[in-house]
Design a protein around this ligand. Structure first.
Ligand code: GLU
Length: 483
């Protein structure tokens, strides 16, 4: 049997991290078994569709490295993969399910339903549909029809027995059929709702394993009922617990968002996200850094934890730092480019000179940043003549020895012949020794002069990169701030 799995997002915005992790688990499962990973877009509900987000969700998946084998753009044997283009298929399935007595029309108005719900709540009963429309007389029904009264389709759940399945993550799950609600699966405008569209497609598209969020486990019995009625093979299910923030709190607090886009914009690498998301709910006892190929090899869906996963920003930062340090220098330089452009340090279409400079600063930041967005602050002074931060001036330039230090340095640097990192260091250390200063005292003023801040990329390299002339100008500028 060829494994066939799918991810089924709505085009409503950038993919939520929980969905991204679901996509990853599906993808890993397909890749390790030589199966098929499908992208199917859930766009039958116009209120959840934003035109530009068809592209967003695809960009998100591709950024994460989760290329699909069937779906938009690549096609496949079960086209189309946009549910909005499959309405005829759902209509056929609906007709068939009505014929089989699995679906029935419900003419109840929203007001009637609200009143029923209220009454049920007051009687402390679960707010299940009371099946009023299952008992319509022929006369009532033809009356409604002649009035042109709108109706929805409900699923007629069995009166007795249980609907059970073995969940690959949560184990045996059993629903008492009496407890199942006759939920609406087709809206009054004829459009299918999630449960119907997803199960019809899972059947037609020969999905073998449904790996999805635990919030959807309660829709599984209805889906199994429809799949079985239509004569499709029922897939195996794996419902994975949801993702929350540190300590189980909601996610958005620190990130200001919960989507793939958020993480991308914060300067996390896709490699980090893949590794991190994989570990969010699954793991190996003795290993944290697990790259793509190894994940494909070692991931086990049956070992996904049944308890909720908490996203921990500090751990994510740490892991991202590890991945940044592990990158090839040229690769990192390429990836830094857009971030430096965004910060206004290089132009969008970098010149050769800028490229060379980016290459030169890459090893300086590689060990010092844990997110790509943090690089610009480290090297601003190498690309531009930054304003000196008043706080930094207060901390680095106010002491009495600074005037002498800057003057002596300007003099010595002015006559320095060999412009290399090492000779710059030697010159500055000479002055340090001569003046009897501790390194911190001797060098912080240069950070302030060069970077406009007390922190930044390593100072001797930074001075070498800006060149003698500019360094002398920066010394002069700093000197003017020293009384
Ligand atoms: N559209 C659903 C979601 O994004 C997925 C439904 C499914 O996987 O069955 O959560």
């Amino acid at each position: 049997m060829t494994v066939r799995v799918r991810i089924a997002p709505a085009p409503s915005g950038s993919i939520h991290v929980g969905t991204a992790r679901t996509a990853l688990y599906n993808w890993l499962f397909a890749r390790q078994s030589g199966g098929v990973f499908m992208l199917r877009v859930e766009d039958t509900d116009p209120s959840r569709v934003v035109e530009e987000h068809y592209k967003t969700i695809q960009d998100d998946l591709l950024w994460l490295g989760l290329e699909w084998d069937e779906g938009p753009g690549v096609g496949g044997p079960y086209e189309p993969y946009l549910q909005s283009e499959r309405l005829d298929i759902y209509k056929d399935a609906t007709d068939k399910l009505v014929e089989l007595g699995v679906l029935y029309r419900c003419y109840c108005t929203p007001e009637e339903l609200a009143a029923k719900r209220k009454a049920a709540m007051e009687a402390k009963k679960p707010p299940r549909y009371d099946r009023r429309c299952l008992q319509l007389s022929d006369r009532e029904e033809s009356q409604f029809e002649s009035e042109g009264r709108p109706f929805v389709m409900r699923i007629r759940t069995p009166d007795e027995g249980t609907t059970s399945f073995t969940d690959m993550v949560t184990g045996e799950v059993s629903f008492d059929n009496q407890e199942l609600d006759d939920v609406v699966v087709v809206r009054s405008d004829g459009r299918p709702l999630y449960r119907l569209a997803a199960s019809v497609d899972d059947g037609i598209m020969r999905i073998t394993h449904v790996i999805r969020g635990l919030d959807l486990q309660s829709s599984t019995p209805h889906q199994i009922i429809m799949l079985e009625a239509l004569g499709y093979e029922v897939p195996l299910y794996a419902h994975i617990p949801l993702v929350s923030g540190p300590g189980g709190r909601p996610l958005s607090k620190r990130f200001g968002g919960e989507s793939v886009q958020t993480f991308r914009e914060l300067g996390y690498l896709p490699e980090t996200m893949m590794n991190y998301l994989a570990l969010l709910g699954w793991g190996l006892a003795d290993q944290t850094i697990i790259g793509r190929d190894e994940l494909i090899q070692k991931f086990e869906i049956s070992n996904v934890h049944a308890s909720p996963a908490n996203l921990d920003p500090d751990r994510l930062d740490w892991m991202n730092g590890e991945y940044i340090r592990g990158l090839d220098e040229l690769d990192l330089a390429e990836r830094l480019m857009p971030w430096l452009a965004k910060a206004g340090l290089v132009s969008e279409t970098e010149s050769d000179e800028q490229k060379k400079l980016v290459k030169a600063i890459t090893p300086l930041v590689q060990t010092r940043i844990d997110r790509l967005d943090k690089a610009a602050d480290q090297v601003r002074g190498i690309f531009t003549d930054p304003d000196i931060d008043p706080m930094a001036a207060e901390r680095g330039l106010k002491d009495e020895y600074v005037a002498e230090l800057l003057d002596k340095t300007a003099q010595k640097i002015g006559s320095l012949e060999d412009w290399s990192r090492d000779s710059i260091e030697a010159a500055l250390r000479d002055i340090q020794t001569e003046m009897g200063l501790k390194p911190r005292k001797a060098f912080v003023p240069f950070y302030v002069a060069v970077h406009g801040s007390t922190v930044g990329a390593p100072i001797f390299e930074s001075i070498e990169l800006i060149g003698k002339e500019k360094f002398l100008q920066r010394l002069e500028k700093a000197r003017a701030l020293v009384s």
